[in-house]
Design a protein around this ligand. Structure first.
Ligand SMILES: Nc1ncnc2c1ncn2[C@@H]1O[C@H](COP(=O)(O)OP(=O)(O)OP(=O)(O)O)[C@@H](O)[C@H]1O
Length: 252
């Protein structure tokens, strides 16, 4: 391979490669031979009804779940892999915060887990708190935050170490429309200007519209992938809500 070919291969290497991944809990098959490729520098949405397997899949990207069979590669390395945690920001569906610590102390604690210089740590905390509009609430204990504020603090924590890959499980639940818009604008900027790869699970169809690519997940399988436009034409639908319903996306 020439140097140029090597460079191209590096650029085009996907952020996530999932090959024939299956997972069951007891008798229940939660993921069934899933294949998925997520390119670098894209916003990728996983949509599908409750219980479809989206969270289980993204937990594998973070190394919090393991597949029974198949392969999950993140940034070219097989998961689980502890050394990749610096590169992955994860916002879980339920907030994992220290209620007895203030918002600021929570951010400091999570920042201290990563390799950041003191000054950088300070800057990242300022940036993340500002992004989620929590700068004036940082001295309050997280336990006294509203549900939406806790979500915002969790999102700030996911961004704290400036990861290459952001994995956000229903990031804007409980967040008001104005802030939701500014968070989405920032996600778009992070993709465009910093080349980050962002993976979101969502039930909100106007958020799905903002993704570059989507995967429709149902009953542990990926029914279809494509841009929002491609999915709409494939299902002959006017909007993604119709795609969702036509793909059989009834909530359990
Ligand atoms: N630790 C577990 N033990 C047993 N079953 C589990 C476990 N985690 C998930 N499940 C089951 O796996 C299935 C898929 O769950 P998952 O959370 O991945 O769905 P989801 O698509 O993220 O749903 P939602 O949109 O509601 O978040 C569900 O039937 C769920 O009950």
């Amino acid at each position: 391979m020439t140097a140029e070919q090597t460079a191209i291969a590096k650029v085009t290497e996907p952020s996530i490669a999932v090959e024939r991944v299956s997972k069951r809990y007891g008798d229940k098959v939660v993921l069934n031979e899933v294949d998925l490729t997520i390119d670098k520098g894209t916003i990728y949405g996983l949509i599908g009804p409750s219980g479809a397997g989206k969270t289980t899949l993204v937990k594998m990207f973070v190394g919090m779940e393991t597949a029974d069979s198949g392969l999950v590669k993140v940034l070219g390395r097989k998961m689980p892999n502890l050394s990749l945690l610096q590169e992955i920001g994860y916002m879980a569906q339920s907030d994992a915060l220290y209620n007895e610590l203030t918002g600021e102390e929570n951010l400091q604690f999570f920042a201290s887990l990563f390799k950041l210089r003191k000054q950088e740590q300070k800057e990242r905390i300022g940036y993340a708190a500002d992004l989620v509009n929590l700068k004036n609430e940082l001295k309050k204990k997280a336990g006294a935050y509203s549900g939406g504020m806790k979500r915002r603090l969790s999102l700030a924590i996911a961004l704290i170490q400036n990861p290459k890959l952001l994995i956000l499980d229903e990031p804007t639940v409980g967040i008001d429309p104005e802030l939701r818009l500014s968070i989405w604008n920032e996600l778009l900027r992070l993709k465009q200007e910093e080349g980050k790869t962002i993976i979101v699970t969502t039930h909100v169809m106007d958020e799905a519209e903002r993704c570059d690519e989507l995967a429709m997940v149902r009953e542990g399988q990926i029914l279809a992938t494509g841009t929002p436009g491609q999915l709409k034409s494939a299902y002959d639908a006017r909007n993604l809500e119709e795609v969702f319903l036509r793909a059989g996306g009834k909530r359990s």
